[in-house]
Design a protein around this ligand. Structure first.
Ligand code: PLP
Ligand code: COI
Length: 343
């Protein structure tokens, strides 16, 4: 199969339309069998649930070309599962996990020419999502839904690749206590838009959100969880009911313990403790693990001892091990790598 002629090394994190996407519709209490289509346009009633009351959730995962030329995805079963929990949280009919995996195999295989080559620095981002498609005017769930999945080749999420980021402590919250912070609801991202635009305007790469109840503890950023490294090389990551349970973060915790022999603490992280850490990273599918050099809390600068100039040594080891597993250079734990059959 011949690859598309894209400038793989220089693509950013933006949408490039590819050949095929998967669509399945839910009507009369059942999902139809689903098809691949070339049509990237959606036609909806003006009163569709997604348009009126933001009834939509999504997922994000990646396909990689391994050193030996296979196309693989990383723990897609976890995305399928999380999408079920997001759907339930928004009163949407879950898309069955086995169907999610089947749709993913079909969508990636149909766009295999867009999977960036091994070593190019780019990957294929896979975006499954679903939304209320039938009309609702009283506040209630829609009766009909659409599940879709498209792919787009992407480069690094943060401009400039792996470089230490500067983030600010946000005055806005991304999620309410006992709200939707722990599911991947589109509405969480809508309400982060003002915060991210104003952060960028002020020269910051991202926002550090605090816990919405007390505003004293670190939660996450708009699109990634935090991992901190203590001065004695322990990993610390915030535990909270209002953050998204990142698959990357959970995988890095495993990698830290089982591959690197590091101690890991998942617990409350008071903002006042952040200055004590040696390294800080943002972890997620899009972010992979992006080093943070500086956190600015209303004019007070917290600079990480290791990691201001370049990625710190422990963050680097985590990055190398995780990406090594994803690209097939390092043996993966059982069940983490899902190969895409290409006919
Ligand atoms: N937190 C938020 C708010 C996100 O949007 C994401 C991205 O999916 C993550 C964390 C990281 O999650 P994952 O590692 O499963 O991609
Ligand atoms: C991801 O990492 O997949 C995300 O969803 C983060 C962002 C692009 C929304």
């Amino acid at each position: 199969m011949e690859k598309k002629n894209l400038d793989w090394a220089n693509i950013g994190f933006s949408y490039i339309q590819t050949d095929k996407r998967y669509v399945s519709n839910y009507k009369d209490g059942a999902w139809d069998e689903g098809v691949l289509t070339s049509d990237a346009t959606i036609c909806l009633n003006e009163c569709a649930g997604v348009l009126q009351y933001a009834q939509t959730c999504f997922e994000g995962l990646k396909a990689y070309t391994t050193e030996d030329g296979r196309i693989v995805t990383f723990r897609p079963d976890q995305n399928a599962k999380r999408m079920v929990s997001s759907a339930k949280g928004l009163e949407m009919p879950p898309f069955p996990e086995a169907r999610f995996l089947d749709a993913m195999e079909k969508t990636v295989a149909a766009n295999a020419a867009y999977v960036p080559p091994y070593g190019s620095g780019a990957t294929l981002y896979i975006r499954p999502y679903m939304f209320g498609s039938s009309s609702v005017i009283g506040v209630k769930p829609a009766a009909e839904y659409q599940f879709r999945m498209f792919v787009t080749p992407v480069g690094p999420y943060f401009k400039g690749g792996v470089r230490p980021l500067t983030i600010r402590v946000s005055d806005f919250d991304r999620a309410a206590p006992r709200g939707t912070g722990n599911i991947k609801a589109g509405l969480n991202y809508a309400m982060s838009l003002h915060a991210i635009v104003s952060a960028h305007e002020e020269g910051y790469d991202e926002n550090m959100y605090l816990d919405p109840q007390t505003r004293t503890k670190v939660e996450e950023t708009g699109g990634a969880n935090f991992l901190f490294v203590t001065k004695d090389n322990k990993i610390v990551t915030p535990k909270s009911d209002s953050i998204l349970p990142s698959i990357t973060r959970r995988s890095l915790v495993y990698v830290a313990k089982e591959y690197l022999g590091l101690e890991v603490e998942e617990r409350d992280v008071p903002l006042s403790e952040v200055a004590e850490f040696a390294e800080c990273g943002l972890c997620g599918t899009a972010a992979v693990i992006s080093p943070v050099g500086k956190v600015v809390d209303h004019g007070r600068e917290i600079c990480f001892a290791s990691g201001m100039e370049k990625i710190g040594p422990v963050t680097q080891k985590l990055y190398d091990t995780l990406t090594g597993i994803q690209m097939g250079r390092i043996e993966a734990p059982e069940g983490w790598i899902h190969e895409i059959p290409i006919k």
